[in-house]
Ligand binder design. Structure first.
Ligand SMILES: NC(=O)c1ccc[n+]([C@@H]2O[C@H](COP(=O)([O-])OP(=O)(O)OC[C@H]3O[C@@H](n4cnc5c(N)ncnc54)[C@H](OP(=O)(O)O)[C@@H]3O)[C@@H](O)[C@H]2O)c1
Length: 244
């Protein structure tokens, strides 16, 4: 019960990586605040399973974010860890510039970058009040290498990696800020990406995609590591290293 008495907010926790992170912290005794925007029933089910609470909010909407964080503080009186996991993409071949409309750019940047910014800014006053308040952003190796499901997605994740380091510098010593940058993960998001799964199984040193729990383990490791801040940890079975 390592996290008993502590509150952990996980955005985008109705499925995939976020749900695995919620389960990990829940099993260690934390009160987990489970967020999603649209999948309310699935989010509630995860919250019930981990004995936490459910918060519907589109993280791209700052008013909804502020209401969510205020509600969590009303309920539990504190916020110790924020895992900024919610994200979105649209699969667009990089050479198809015309398919990348302004609306596509705006939605991806609004959710992935601005949403993470809104949640972090709302959380910081509360994270600063506890011992070892910490933020872990879920970014992507698409933000470290020029790859990924679309150009706006990769740019948003590169921005998040940089935001991670900038916030770590700005918020120390009160709040630590780190990121995990997953490679291919077995979630609903990548279910149809058969060619990519085959490629990773053949070429990555670990010969498989990550499971959501592999990523949750890394999130937990960064949360536990009290002298680690400003780190972006690739969780990709070594795939990025062999791609060059
Ligand atoms: N799967 C991979 O291979 C992979 C690789 C690298 C990085 N990642 C990153 O990992 C994170 C989680 O992805 P996943 O694969 O676990 O996907 P997933 O299973 O599709 O889960 C995405 C979660 O984000 C929520 N979400 C989306 N937009 C939101 C918004 N505006 N406000 C609040 N919640 C929102 C979804 O809930 P609603 O549908 O209810 O909105 C859902 O709970 C993302 O940031 C993604 O970029 C994934």
């Amino acid at each position: 019960m390592e996290f008993a008495g502590r509150t952990v907010l996980v955005t985008g926790a109705s499925s995939g990586i976020g749900a695995a992170v919620a389960r990990r912290f829940g099993a260690l005794g934390a009160h987990v605040a489970v967020n999603s925007a649209q999948s309310i029933e699935a989010g509630r089910a995860v919250a019930d399973e981990v004995g936490g609470s459910y918060w519907q909010a589109d993280i791209a909407d700052e008013e909804q974010v502020l209401a969510m964080v205020a509600g969590i503080i009303d309920l539990t009186g504190r916020l110790d860890v924020v895992v900024n996991n919610a994200g979105t993409t649209q699969v667009i071949p990089h050479a198809d510039l015309d398919a990348v409309t302004d609306d596509v750019w705006r939605r991806i940047l609004d959710v992935n970058l601005m949403g993470t910014w809104y949640v972090s800014r709302a959380a910081v006053p509360h994270l600063s009040e506890v011992e070892d308040g910490s933020i872990v952003n879920v970014t992507s190796i698409a933000g470290l290498n020029a790859i990924g499901s679309s150009i706006p997605y990769a740019v948003s994740k590169a921005g998040l990696n940089h935001l991670t380091v900038l916030l770590a510098r700005a918020l120390g010593p009160n709040v630590r800020v780190n990121a995990v940058a997953p490679g291919l993960v077995e979630t609903p998001w990548t279910e149809a990406w058969d060619a990519m799964h085959d490629h990773v199984a053949k070429t990555a040193p670990m010969r498989r995609a990550s499971t959501p729990d592999d990523v949750a383990e890394a999130v937990l490791g960064l949360t536990r590591s009290k002298m680690v801040t400003g780190e972006v940890l690739a969780v990709d079975g070594g795939h990025m290293q062999v791609r060059g």
